[in-house]
Design a protein around this ligand. Structure first.
Ligand SMILES: Cc1cc2nc3c(=O)[nH]c(=O)nc-3n(C[C@H](O)[C@H](O)[C@H](O)COP(=O)(O)OP(=O)(O)OC[C@H]3O[C@@H](n4cnc5c(N)ncnc54)[C@H](O)[C@@H]3O)c2cc1C
Length: 679
């Protein structure tokens, strides 16, 4: 890549107090950004950011608007983006950078204009092409309706029914009571014309075939009023994301055509026979699960967007903010302090780890979907789908918790000013919050991952091959050998080497599989039912197992990315340090297991070596930290936080913001009440 081309593609940063650190960086931040995001990715970002900058609809700050106005503006902004061909299908994961500007837009947009057409494309057939076209050109506005009032995570408990009526050749949708109302549906409250609805499919022989998805008209296309037999409404104000109208819907014996069933994997014939292209019901779920994992991998990218923005704001602020110093005349930037480095640099490393992971796996899942549609070997796809499901079930919770904790630390590391609304850290925290709950509640979702891992482990114990078409656990074939190994690094440097860190995570995963499996067997021998075995093996066993699996894959993906031959030595070296810091700080939280499981002997001093390694890495990364957040930072008009602007003129920007709002300088209209209360 020629440097002149880089200059055109990536704008220079404004000069200011942050230059003090920028000149100390030992790598070229533009080159790192280019290799990390690729030319296509950077072009996508430039297009989105310049569209927002130039479009008057995006100038208005609507934080103080009414609920109704927030929703209207969010909808208008989505339309403006779509009219300019900025859509989730073309931009794929890159659309998630919009979370850094206004999170409501991509939440609503990715459901209506990404997830819905995608689901029809993946789970529907040729018969749905006409309808798909209408969704694609926005004639129809679709939403995704799975959750019910009394059941969210437990999909099997859902009670909305779709009963086939042979005489009318229709499915009759019915909601038995309010507890079975579909709810939380993003975009349904005020906007949607149609829903992709999940309901229990019942054939005339009264057999319930489980949850299936249907395209369901909700509102009249001319009047926008609910269709007869449909009760639809809004859930009201939420903690955040209030541009999105989350709604509910109920059906009263409401009929839709038979062909509105999305029938790629199963269908009902005109005379009411249930037919499935999968003989084994579980395999039908395997393929569908894989397809639905796209949402969860996408969330890891959303986490990366929020996490990056929080780290940009906090690190730029802390590089400028000064307190105390070694002498009367010398004040230090707070980033110089060891404690502050240890709070922020591991989050910087995580921001890179999550970014690299989400970019890679969003591409893998897109390819998987293409294979599903092109009708590749179903059996192979079933296994790949299951692995994708297991991986996304571990990494969506892991990445959303990493981001949650990082955002909070970023907020605190900015002291009092971090608590100002204008810092944006509070909004980032509230907007990110929902990632821990939607697309599978973290604590429940994570169980899917351990179930799969344990099933693979039991294959191994029974002499059968494990199934890992994506290779995330193929090393388990070697588990006997791995479990016999002992920690034997002599120095801190050796301990934090990528090779040692990756091996430690392999060992931990084998250890947790062996330990959890043994616990499960013990419970079984005591006569526990499968349900109780699962329940009583979560804490300190299965849950940790899933997290360790996610941590291992994140680290492995980071290492694989660094190993690619695209890096110059300068960028390679700083990435190795970041990756090592991510691995070391993640492993440090698992020291107890390394000792308890016998990998590290009491006199191995692994704790001391690892912790000294972390301190070395943090001290070293001080030189590069500001340039490393420059790689992650969107333009200033998107960062939009006086604490995190590119020039680092923190106090000037805070002053501007305070004085910009005339109300801040006015006497309150209720000033007399102050005097009369004699405060
Ligand atoms: C902003 C937002 C947007 C959303 N958008 C949509 C949408 O567009 N379409 C849609 O269909 N849904 C949507 N949802 C709903 C969302 O998917 C569900 O809220 C989510 O799946 C969790 O389900 P629940 O609310 O029923 O939680 P519950 O399952 O009731 O969980 C409650 C608590 O119980 C715990 N728990 C439950 N089961 C177990 C168990 N077996 N073991 C241990 N703990 C357990 C959970 O961890 C959780 O802490 C949205 C939600 C939010 C917040």
């Amino acid at each position: 890549m020629r440097l002149s081309k880089l200059k055109d593609l990536i704008s220079d940063l404004p000069k200011g107090p942050l230059d003090k650190y920028r000149i100390r960086a030992r790598f070229n931040w533009k080159l790192l950004k280019f290799n990390l995001e690729g030319e296509e990715g950077i072009n996508y970002q430039n297009k989105i950011w310049s569209f927002i900058k130039d479009n008057s609809l995006f100038k208005e700050n609507y934080t103080s608007l009414t609920l109704d106005e927030s929703r209207r503006i969010c909808t208008a902004r989505i339309r403006a983006l779509l009219d300019n061909k900025i859509d989730p299908i073309t931009y794929r994961g890159w659309l998630n950078i919009l979370f850094q500007y206004d999170a409501s837009i991509p939440v609503k947009m990715s459901v209506m204009h990404g997830m819905v057409p995608n689901t029809i494309f993946t789970l529907g057939t040729e018969r749905h092409l006409d309808i798909l076209y209408k969704f694609s050109n926005q004639e129809y506005l679709g939403v995704f309706a799975l959750t019910e009032i009394s059941h969210g995570t437990n999909a099997k408990g859902m009670r909305t029914t779709a009963t086939y009526d042979v005489n009318r050749k229709t499915f009759c949708l019915h909601t038995p009571d309010f507890e079975a109302a579909k709810c939380w549906v993003g975009g349904l409250g005020k906007t949607a014309t149609h829903a992709i609805l999940f309901a229990q499919l019942i054939t005339p022989d009264k057999i319930n075939h489980g949850l299936h998805s249907f395209i369901v008209p909700i509102r009249d296309l001319d009047t926008h009023l609910p269709l007869p037999g449909v009760i639809v409404g809004d859930l009201g104000e939420k903690i955040a994301l209030n541009g999105v109208d989350n709604g509910f819907v109920m059906f009263n014996n409401y009929h839709i055509p038979r062909t509105y069933l999305l029938n790629r994997t199963a269908d009902v014939t005109e005379d009411g026979q249930y037919v499935s292209s999968f003989k084994d019901k579980n395999k039908r779920f395997g393929a569908s699960f894989g397809a639905l994992s796209i949402g969860r991998f996408n969330i890891t990218w959303i986490c990366s967007s929020f996490l990056s923005l929080a780290v940009v704001i906090a690190l730029r602020y802390c590089a400028v903010r000064k307190q105390f110093g070694p002498s009367e005349n010398e004040e230090w930037s707070v980033i110089e302090y060891q404690a502050q480095q240890a709070r922020l640099f591991p989050h910087l490393a995580s921001a890179y780890a999550v970014k690299i992971f989400s970019q890679k796996y969003c591409e893998i899942i897109s390819n998987f979907q293409m294979k599903l549609v092109s009708g590749e070997d179903r059996n192979k796809l079933h296994l790949e789908g299951i692995e994708l499901h297991a991986l996304s079930s571990a990494t969506k919770p892991l990445c959303s918790w990493i981001a949650r904790d990082a955002i909070q630390d970023c907020r605190e590391s900015c002291g009092g000013h971090g608590y100002l609304k204008m810092s944006r850290l509070g909004d980032i925290r509230a907007n990110h919050d929902a990632n821990c709950t939607y697309e599978g509640e973290n604590n429940v979702l994570i169980q899917q991952s351990s179930n799969w891992l344990l099933s693979q482990w039991s294959c191994l114990l029974n002499g059968k091959a494990i199934s890992s078409p994506l290779g995330t656990i193929d090393f388990l074939e070697d588990s006997k050998h791995i479990l016999k190994q002992k920690f034997n690094c002599r120095t801190a440097e050796e301990t934090i080497s990528l090779e040692n860190l990756l091996f430690s995570f392999k060992w931990l995963l084998c250890y947790y599989l062996e330990k959890t499996n043994k616990h499960v067997q013990d419970l079984r021998e005591k006569g526990y039912t499968d349900f109780m075995v699962r329940n009583d093996s979560q804490l300190f066993f299965a849950r940790t197992l899933s997290l360790v699996y996610g941590e291992y894959v994140l680290l492995k993906t980071f290492i694989d990315c660094i190993k690619e031959p695209i890096w110059r030595s300068e960028e390679y070296e700083v990435l190795v340090k970041l990756c090592s810091l991510f691995g070391s700080t993640t492993l440090e939280k698992r020291l107890v297991d390394l000792y308890a499981g016998g990998y590290a002997s009491v006199d191995s001093n692994i704790d001391d070596k690892l912790r000294r390694g972390i301190i070395i890495l943090c001290k070293d990364l001080l030189e590069d930290a500001v340039a490393l957040v420059d790689v992650l930072a969107p333009p200033d008009y998107i960062v939009n936080s006086p604490l995190g602007m590119g020039d680092g003129n923190v106090y000037k920007h805070i002053q501007e913001k305070i004085f910009e709002n005339k109300e801040n300088l006015e006497r309150p209209t209720w000033w007399r009440e102050i005097l009369s209360s004699k405060l």
